[in-house]
Design a protein around this ligand. Structure first.
Ligand code: SF4
Length: 488
């Protein structure tokens, strides 16, 4: 088949702005998903394409449409564990197509097709599907046969999405009984280095990939069939920090594959040597120093979190493949992990998340914490959040003792009455402390959302004389902060 577009990895970083887009498929306003399932060879008609719903040339310019891409694959080496890994490569391969932008994964996909691609002759989704299937077969030779069904009919996408959600759920459930200490190797994923060159995803049984698409089992299956590919085994080596989840083998691997950008990773830590985030995260964790707690916001939540920032604004700070203290990208399934940010208090440090996210993971929140975590219905700004946390006696208010080893990691909030008597020494100390920068660092990172604009408050004010400080690998411990009114 002749394609009216170029196909090359050089188009991977292509971004299509709203003004240049012919149509949008899936994304924030329409349902969408991608799914790969395995089948027997005799069940598949190789390179067959089926479309259910309107084709590109029947769509209205400037509009958004529902979109599902379902592939069935077969081959001697194809096994169920490979489905998610192949599925994740859809993102990769479709971005090779000039004039076609693919973002995110699973049920979060967001596609834009450019006007210029349509002007050059792209008029059917069959052209996209055939090019993608060709790439799958060329790049992953263990796929011997493949067929694709694309769906743009609203009701059909919604119906099939329900079925797909059950499959994603089954995949995530498989790792629940396996833990980091049970295996000798973790697995890497460096697929996103095409746009976040220093990002190295480390996938362990207790930490699913931050895009949520690849579990430890999937990494293992991929490494087996494609040893030169992006998923390589990482021998754990010696345990350095059991609670934080730090291993010598992981550190050595991360140093090598990140080009020396960092040399330590703690898989279950939020503040100290945290895992990097590329930009594909399903959820962003954000530290709020005002309450000494962590909030979490998912991709589908548009309103600002209590810190005043939206998901897309925080995504600009979180992504880029750096260790950003104060922000952390994770996959939703990491909330199920018994080691969920255990170095920093785990659920006891969690103070806020959108209601829809909380409902989705409700059963994995420890019972004694369920009513202590606020949603937008309880608090939409920091003042309301403070009131809520006091009312429910949240551990960030009373102090946190780490569940796993009984060590005290926070003192809780210091009541104003405790600091009314200020000695001259304390005042001098306070004035000095006030000059110290706070985490999170306000580091501006690349953009990952179409139309993303950094919030004005994150940009240095021109001519304001403000100095921007970026702290790398820094941990600040402040025992007490006293703020007192200056005397006239
Ligand atoms: S987010 Fe991580 S695991 Fe997911 S595709 Fe990118 S590099 Fe791989």
């Amino acid at each position: 088949m002749e394609f009216p577009f170029e196909i090359s990895p050089m188009y991977e970083g292509e971004r299509i702005r709203k003004s240049d887009m012919y149509v949008e498929l899936g994304g924030p306003t329409q349902p969408g998903f991608e799914l790969v399932v395995s089948a027997n060879k005799d069940e598949i008609e190789d390179m067959k394409f089926t479309l259910i719903g309107p084709d590109l040339n029947e769509m209205e310019e400037g509009k958004a449409y529902p979109y599902a891409m379902i592939y069935r694959i077969a081959g001697e080496l194809v096994e169920k564990d490979l489905e998610p890994v192949v599925e994740r490569r859809n993102h990769d391969f479709q971005n090779y197509i000039a004039g076609y932008m693919h973002l995110n994964q699973r049920y979060d996909i967001w596609i834009r097709i450019s006007k210029s691609a349509v002007q050059k002759g792209l008029n059917s989704l069959e052209q996209i599907a055939k090019a993608t299937m060709m790439l799958f077969k060329n790049e992953l030779p263990f796929i011997e046969k493949i067929e694709a069904t694309y769906v743009t009919d609203q009701a059909e996408v919604e119906k099939r999405l329900e079925e797909a959600m059950k499959i994603y759920e089954e995949r995530d459930e498989r790792t629940l009984t396996l833990h980091d200490e049970d295996v000798d190797d973790f697995y890497s994923c460096t697929l996103c280095q095409s746009f976040a060159p220093t990002n190295v995803c480390v996938i362990s049984p207790d930490r699913v990939s931050l895009c949520g698409a690849i579990t430890w089992f999937d990494g293992r299956a991929a490494a087996k069939v494609d040893p030169e590919g992006p998923n390589a085994p990482i021998p754990k080596g010696e345990l350095v920090d059991e609670i934080g989840g730090e291993y010598t083998g992981v550190n050595e691997f991360a140093k090598e594959r990140s080009g020396g950008e960092y040399d330590r990773i703690k898989l279950h830590s939020f503040f100290e040597f945290p895992h990097t985030s590329c930009g594909c995260f399903e959820v962003i964790g954000f530290y709020m120093p005002e309450v000494d707690g962590i909030g979490w916001v998912h991709r589908g939540y548009d309103a600002p979190a209590p810190n005043g920032l939206t998901f897309s604004t925080m995504a600009g700070q979180t992504g880029g493949g750096k260790q950003v203290v104060g922000f952390l990208g994770i996959g939703i399934a990491y909330f199920r992990s018994p080691k969920f940010i255990q170095a920093d208090g785990g659920w006891k440090r969690t103070v806020w998340m959108p209601k829809s996210l909380k409902e989705r993971i409700q059963e994995f929140i420890p019972e004694d914490m369920r009513d202590k975590i606020a949603t937008e219905e309880d608090a939409s700004n920091l003042d309301e959040l403070k009131e809520f946390l006091k009312k429910v006696n949240h551990p960030v208010v009373t102090g946190i003792i780490r569940d796993v080893d009984g060590i005290k990691i926070t003192d809780g909030w210091i009541e104003e009455e405790e600091v009314t008597e200020v000695t001259p020494e304390e005042e001098a100390q306070a004035l000095q402390i006030r000059e110290q920068p706070q985490i999170p660092s306000m580091q501006i990172q690349p953009m990952y959302q179409p139309g993303y604009q950094p919030a004005p408050q994150m940009l240095p004010a021109p001519s304001s004389g403000v100095i921007k400080l970026v702290l790398k690998n820094a941990k600040i411990n402040i025992e007490k902060i006293i703020v007192s009114k200056e005397k006239d």
